[in-house]
Ligand binder design. Sequence first.
Ligand code: PRP
Length: 179
Amino acid sequence: MMYDDIEKILYTEEQIKQRAKELGQQIAKDYAGETIVMVCILRGSCIFFAELVKHIPNYVELEFITVSSYCSTNTSGEVRLISDISKPIQGENVLIVEDIIDTGYTLNYLKKLLLARNPKSLKVVTLLDKPSRRLVECESDYVGFEVPNEFVVGFGLDYDQKYRNYPHIGVLKKEIYSS
Ligand code: PRP
């Protein structure tokens, strides 16, 4: 069972849902009267995305984009576009939804890519921020939780494609990823 691979829980499902609600309410306030194009970064942010959008009563369009880090973002910083959003975003309020900012390479790439399309505004919301791992400067407008430099999984975050369905944010046991 995947539960046996978890060292400890950092944030429970309940705490994450509460934080998503708070973030949603803040976003709704900041974008009052505006339509938002919310961009889900597949695959990690899909569960947070689904939770967050429920708390934003604005008119919202849901878009999906898939990027992949080439080998390891840690070393190369190379990010590839696998599949793009479905519509032009010129003149739109675009909000990127991430699960975690680690080195910053993914978000840096995405911000450049989407800014070049001349949106009215571009902001970022991330569930987790791990600033201690940053290799390129990268800021998020909204942050759920700042996390220490530990191997976190669950609520969409994976290790080797596993644990995305773990309902909480947990720290993976060292023997799982070091073996
Ligand atoms: C993870 C995560 C972020 C990115 C953050 O995605 O979902 O998008 O890494 O890391 P960075 O700040 O070092 O770029 P990953 O490439 O593992 O794909 P996934 O979303 O499918 O898990």
